[in-house]
Design a protein around this ligand. Structure first.
Ligand code: HEM
Length: 497
C-alpha cells in the first residue's frame, strides 16, 4: 500500500465524526432540555433531530398548540401508534383503537368518578396502613419498603377492579397485571433509552422486543390468565342483556348490572351487532383494548405519585398547610369514621395545585407525538408528509412569557386560586397532552395520586434517605420514577385511623 497514512487519516476523520455525532446523541439522552434548547437557539422554533432511528421534527412553545390540536394536519393516532411501536395494532383495528379507548374511559370511568372513589378508597386505606407499618419496621432493620412498587400494586388492583370487576382480584391476576404493564412499557420503548442497542440499533431493538413481548409474554401471561375468564364474562353479559331485553323496562330496574368497563364494552359491541353474540375477532380486540388501558392507567399514575412524594419530601414547608387542608376536607362515613371522598378530593385545592406544579416542573420533554398527514409549512420549514412532529414540553412548561423570569422556580400553591385544576390541559400545560386526544384518564389519575399522597401525609412525614432524588431518565419522566429512597416517619397525632 503506497499511502497507508491516508487511509489512517480517513479512518480518523470518520471516527471523529462518529464520536462527535455520538456525543450529540448522548446529549439528547442525558441533558435533553439543554441539547434541544441549544438547537432551538441556533435554528429557530422548528428543528429536525434524529433519535432512535427516526427523524423527529421538534417544535417549541410557539407552535405547541397548533401541532397538538390541529388533527387535520397532525395525526395523534398515527403519531402515537408509531412512537409506541404499535402500528400493527392500529392496522388491525383500522385506526379505531384510540377513539374507542377514549370513549370507554370517558363513559366507564370519568362519568362515574364519584362512585369509583368511594369504591377504591378502602384499598388506599389498607395499603397505606400496611406501608406505614413496613416503614416502621424498615426504620429499625434498614430494609426500607419500596414506595413505588407498593403503590404500583395498589393502582394495579384498582385498575383490575375498574376494568374487569372484583372477581378478578387475586395474587396471580395482580402479578399478571404488573407483568403486562411492564411488558407494554417495554414494547412502547419506555426502557429503550437505557439500552445502547435501543439507542443506536433501534430497529433490532424493536424487533427483539416485539417478538419477546407480543409472541411470548403477552400470550403466555395476559391471554392465558385472563382470556378464558374474559370470554366467559362476555358470554354472561350477553345473556344478561338479552334477558333484560326480553323482560322489558319494568324488570330492568330490578336487575343488577356489573359496573366494570368490560361490561360497558360488551354492551356497546353487543348492541352494535344487533343483539347477536360478539365474534372471536371482536373479542380479541376487546382484550387488546383492556391491555392498552392497563398499560395507560397503571404505570404513569404510579410514577407521577412518586414525583409528588419526592418533591414533598424535599419541601417540608408545604406539609403543614396540606395537612390543615386535609383535616378540613375529610368526611365521615355512616359509622362516623373519617374518609376521603370524591368531594373531599375536589375541595383539596392546595393538594391539587401542588400536584399540578410538580407535573409542570418534573421535566417532561417528548410525550405527545403527532404525524403529518400532508406536507405542512411550519415557520421557515416545510415538514414532509409522514413525519413525526412533537413539542418539547419543557419549552411550554418553562416559558418565561407565561411563568415570568424564573419559570423553573417551584411555587406549589400558585394554582390553588387560579381555577386551573391539575386535570386541566392548556397551551401552557401539556402534561396530559392537548386537544381532542388529551389523556382521557386524567381525572382518575389525579384522584388516585391524591388518595396516595393524602392518605400518607395523614399518618407520616416523607423524607429521602439520600437527602435528595435524581432524575432516572431525563428524556422520559412520564413513565420513569425519580431515583431516591422515600422513607416515612409516623406522626404523633394522625389525621386518619
Ligand atoms: C398521571 C398519569 C397520566 C399521565 C401523565 C398521562 C398522560 C397521557 C398523555 C401525555 C397522553 C397523550 C395525549 C396527547 O398526545 O395529546 C395520554 C393518552 C392516553 N391516556 Fe393517559 N396519562 C395518565 C393516566 C391515564 C389513566 C389513569 C388512563 C386510563 C384510565 C389513561 C388513559 C389514556 C388513554 C386511553 C390515552 C390515549 C388517548 C386516546 O385514546 O384518546 N391515562 N395520556
Amino acid at each position: 500500500m503506497d499511502h497507508p497514512y491516508l487511509i489512517a487519516l480517513l479512518f480518523s476523520i470518520v471516527g471523529y465524526g462518529w464520536y462527535l455525532q455520538r456525543d450529540l446523541a448522548e446529549d439528547i439522552f442525558k441533558r435533553p432540555r439543554e441539547a434541544y434548547g441549544e438547537a432551538f437557539a441556533a435554528h429557530g422554533p422548528v428543528i429536525g433531530v434524529r433519535r432512535k432511528g427516526n427523524l423527529e421534527y421538534i417544535v417549541n412553545h410557539e407552535y405547541a398548540r397548533y401541532v397538538l390540536t390541529c388533527d387535520r394536519l397532525f395525526s395523534f393516532e398515527r403519531g402515537s401508534a408509531a412512537i409506541m411501536n404499535l402500528q400493527p395494532l392500529m392496522a388491525f383495528t383500522e385506526g379505531a383503537l384510540f377513539r374507542d379507548l377514549q370513549d370507554f374511559v370517558r363513559d366507564g370511568i370519568v362519568n362515574r368518578i364519584d362512585e369509583i372513589v368511594e369504591r377504591i378508597w378502602p384499598l388506599f386505606q389498607r395499603d397505606t396502613k400496611e406501608f406505614i407499618q413496613m416503614s416502621i419496621a424498615g426504620a429499625k432493620d434498614g430494609k426500607h419498603p419500596n414506595c413505588h412498587d407498593h403503590y404500583h400494586n395498589t393502582i394495579a388492583e384498582t385498575t383490575l377492579i375498574l376494568l374487569l370487576g372484583q372477581d378478578y382480584v387475586n395474587d396471580h391476576n395482580l402479578a399478571t397485571i404488573e407483568d403486562v404493564s411492564n411488558c407494554m412499557a417495554e414494547l412502547t420503548g419506555q426502557y429503550q433509552n437505557f439500552s445502547l442497542v435501543g439507542r443506536y440499533l433501534p430497529y433490532l431493538w424493536i424487533l427483539y422486543t416485539w417478538v419477546k413481548v407480543i409472541l411470548i409474554r403477552i400470550p403466555l401471561g395476559f391471554f392465558r390468565t385472563f382470556g378464558p375468564q374474559v370470554w366467559r364474562d362476555i358470554d354472561q353479559y350477553e345473556r344478561l342483556m338479552s334477558e333484560a331485553e326480553r323482560s322489558g323496562g319494568a324488570s330492568l330496574l330490578k336487575m343488577r348490572f356489573p359496573k366494570s368497563v368490560l361490561y360497558l364494552i360488551t354492551k356497546t359491541y353487543y348492541r352494535a351487532n344487533g343483539g347477536k353474540s360478539i365474534g372471536w375477532a371482536r373479542r380479541v380486540y376487546i382484550a387488546v383494548l383492556l391491555l392498552c388501558l392497563i398499560f395507560a392507567a397503571v404505570h404513569t399514575t404510579t410514577v407521577v405519585s412518586q414525583w409528588v412524594l419526592c418533591q414533598l419530601a424535599t419541601r417540608p414547608e408545604y406539609l403543614e398547610p396540606l395537612r390543615q387542608e386535609l383535616s378540613e376536607v375529610l368526611e365521615e362515613d355512616d359509622t362516623g369514621a373519617l374518609r376521603l371522598t370524591a368531594r373531599s378530593l375536589r375541595h383539596a385545592r392546595l393538594m391539587d395545585s401542588f400536584i399540578r406544579e410538580v407535573m409542570r416542573l418534573k421535566g417532561d420533554t417528548i410525550a405527545a407525538m403527532r404525524y403529518t398527514t400532508c406536507d405542512v409549512p411550519l415557520g421557515d420549514v416545510v415538514i414532509p408528509k409522514g413525519s413525526f412532529v412533537t413539542v418539547l414540553a419543557t419549552t411550554v412548561h418553562e416559558n418565561p412569557d407565561v411563568f415570568g423570569d424564573a419559570p423553573r422556580d417551584f411555587n406549589g400553591f400558585q394554582w390553588a386560586d387560579s381555577g386551573k385544576e391539575a386535570v386541566m390541559t392548556g397551551p401552557a400545560h401539556i402534561v396530559f397532552g392537548l386537544g381532542r386526544f388529551a389523556c382521557p384518564g386524567r381525572v382518575l389519575a389525579v384522584n388516585e395520586i391524591k388518595l396516595i399522597v393524602m392518605s400518607l401525609i395523614a399518618r407520616a412525614t416523607p423524607s429521602l434517605l439520600e437527602g435528595k432524588f435524581e432524575v432516572a431518565d431525563p428524556l422520559n419522566t412520564v413513565t420513569q420514577p425519580p431515583k431516591g429512597t422515600l422513607v416515612f416517619s409516623p406522626i404523633g397525632k394522625t389525621f386518619l385511623q
